[in-house]
Write a protein that binds this ligand. Structure first.
Ligand SMILES: Nc1ncnc2c1ncn2[C@@H]1O[C@H](COP(=O)(O)OP(=O)(O)OP(=O)(O)O)[C@@H](O)[C@H]1O
Length: 282
């Protein structure tokens, strides 16, 4: 379990976490949502150890390690060993192949000679997400979505206990959004990872989150299962947008936002609507 206790984070004059406390269970996908600039990326960077909080405790209780099972964020090198981290920035402006970028996920284990098992692991990671054909392509010649998938494979390569992903599907088409999120969900449950990711798409969050954390003004304003907390009132409070929330045929919340100022108009059927013109080519 990852525990955050009374976390306070300020950048310049901006307070981005105010006495924030929560805990994240292993084997579950936790999704952070919230408005632009509210501090979602800052929270991930703070948990990872890139940003120093003003105060608060962050610790990880490893359920699989009985000997030294409580790790504190202050023990930074041991702390980082637990992590896979996929940042928001997906630019890969380097002269390396996709395979080499994935291998960098195991940078600590790379020596002068590459271990066959590491290469096999990297190729398997690429194969599982349908990108084996890109292994030898230079990443600076790949599309944005392809780079994002390669960075995902790199994060998996770390064999993490805690996996953090910042908007991991922002550049992906519908197919690869589901490839990535489905793989993430399956692996999280199989491996017992603590997975925490930022998403903007509330419908994807509703489909994949076991637990949703809603951030606003330095606070977690709501948390829980999407079915329990995603309501029109919450969407209005957090985003100032009107929305309808229904259940789809699988019982999953479906959020449909309503265009500001939209007033539904009656559809008045005219004779031309009833008998559309057809052009027949002979
Ligand atoms: N290093 C920094 N120094 C000062 N301010 C920063 C720094 N990094 C981020 N900020 C500010 O902190 C605020 C939160 O940024 P952050 O990137 O965490 O937001 P976010 O919720 O992830 O936003 P988005 O949804 O737009 O990605 C923003 O106003 C940003 O300008």
């Amino acid at each position: 379990m990852l525990k955050v206790n009374k976390l306070n984070v300020t950048l310049d004059t901006l307070t981005l976490a105010k006495d924030m406390s929560f805990s994240l269970d292993p084997g579950k996908v936790h999704v952070i949502i919230g408005p632009n600039g509210t501090g979602k990326s800052t929270l991930l960077k703070t948990l990872f150890g890139d940003i120093q909080p003003i105060s608060g405790e962050i610790s990880f209780l490893d359920p699989l390690n009985n000997n030294h099972n409580l790790i504190k964020r202050k023990q930074i090198s041991r702390w980082r060993e637990q992590f896979g981290y996929m940042p928001q920035d997906i630019r890969l402006d380097i002269e390396l192949s996709a395979l080499e970028v994935v291998l960098l996920g195991q940078l600590d284990s790379l020596g002068l000679r590459l271990d066959d098992s590491l290469i096999k692991q990297a190729l398997t990671a690429l194969e599982k997400i349908g990108l084996l054909h890109l292994a030898n392509r230079p990443v600076n010649k790949l599309s944005g979505g392809q780079c994002q998938m390669i960075l995902f494979a790199q994060a998996l390569m770390r064999n993490p206990k805690i996996l953090m992903l910042d908007e991991p599907v922002s550049a992906l088409d519908l197919h690869f959004q589901h490839v990535l999120l489905d793989h993430l969900d399956t692996q999280t449950k199989q491996q017992g990872w603590v997975t925490l990711m930022v998403l903007h798409d509330l419908n994807l969050a509703a489909q994949y989150a076991d637990n949703l954390l809603v951030l606003k003004n330095g606070h977690v304003v709501a948390s829980g299962h999407p079915s329990d907390i995603l309501t029109p009132a919450l969407v209005k409070e957090v985003y100032d947008v009107n929305a309808e929330v229904t259940k789809d045929s699988y019982g999953i919340p479906f959020i449909r936002t309503i265009r500001p100022g939209f007033t539904p108009q009656k559809l008045i059927l005219q004779p031309q609507h009833l008998q559309p013109k057809r052009t027949v080519c002979l």
